[in-house]
Write a protein that binds this ligand. Structure first.
Ligand SMILES: Nc1ncnc2c1ncn2[C@@H]1O[C@H](COP(=O)(O)OP(=O)(O)OP(=O)(O)O)[C@@H](O)[C@H]1O
Ligand SMILES: [Mg+2]
Length: 254
């Protein structure tokens, strides 16, 4: 165990080569404290997924450092459990086989991972579907399965890239409440990318707002709302004031 923050990004810049080259990140810095739930919001194409890829060890920054649990992520994939923006379920594996993939890759024995996955199927709303193929699942179920896979990856830090991207408003709200509960029981650190300001406010201890591409951090906003937070809390004055701060920071970064 280390005392280092869960995530430390310091002055990260990344340009994708090509014609034209695309500067995705420029001097981006942020910190996720251990056990905290932190969100990252910003306009489409500003580099949020790129930042998560850097933290997942799948993209190499041109400058700056990114650390997970004190360890440099450059060239070392797998320090954090990562849920990519597209769910990337393997069509030839049944639900249970997909659920254990991250754990398997991290070296957990298959039988152990399967036992752990079975114990969580109900919690993730997938009870009775362990033998289903991904194509037989609804969009929400696929996302829950991808989340289950991420949760089963034995890492202290979770990177979630728009986990509820494709859902209707009501299902999304249910999933947020559910994620909030699961996270409170789980106690790991989370960095969540989302477009949905209310989602960020309901779930997070702090929100980072990114500017338009190349993405840099415009502002960190502490979300000091009491937990647990339900649907009704979104109507409070404090919630409205925080939401206004996020919107203001977003427009300042355009
Ligand atoms: N592999 C790649 N090669 C070249 N350019 C890329 C690559 N991946 C992303 N980009 C470009 O980098 C920029 C940032 O992309 P990124 O996916 O990080 O944005 P994002 O903030 O996650 O957007 P969204 O909210 O739409 O998911 C975009 O202009 C994108 O076109
Ligand atoms: Mg993205």
């Amino acid at each position: 165990m280390t005392d280092a923050p869960a995530i430390e990004v310091d002055g990260v810049s990344l340009t994708y080569p090509g014609r034209p080259a695309v500067a995705a990140l420029e001097g981006t810095s942020l910190t996720v404290e251990r056990g905290a739930f932190v969100s990252l919001v910003g306009p489409s194409g500003c580099g949020k997924s790129t930042l998560l890829k850097v933290l997942a060890g799948l993209a190499r920054p041109d400058a700056g450092t990114a650390r997970v649990g004190g360890q440099d992520t450059t060239g070392s994939a797998g320090l954090a459990a990562y849920m990519p923006q597209r769910d990337l379920l393997l069509p030839w594996r049944r639900s249970l086989g997909n659920a254990v993939l991250g754990a398997e890759l991290a070296g957990v024995p298959v039988a152990t991972a399967r036992t752990q996955a079975r114990a969580l199927l109900e919690r993730f709303g997938l009870d009775g579907f362990e033998r289903a193929w991904p194509a037989e699942l609804s969009g929400g179920m696929r996302q829950r399965l991808a989340l289950l896979r991420t949760f089963l990856t034995p890492r202290d830090v979770l990177l979630l890239d728009e986990p509820f991207g494709a859902l209707d408003a009501l299902t999304r709200r249910e999933m947020q409440e559910w994620l909030q509960e699961v996270w409170r029981e789980d106690g790991r650190s989370v960095l969540l990318v989302t477009h949905d300001i209310e989602e960020a406010l309901v779930l997070s201890d702090a929100i980072y707002v990114m500017s338009a591409r190349p993405g840099r951090i415009v502002r960190r906003i502490e979300v000091d709302l009491p937990r647990p937070r339900g649907a009704l809390d979104t109507t409070s004055t404090r919630f409205g004031a925080l939401k206004a701060q996020v919107i203001e920071a977003l427009s300042a970064g355009r």
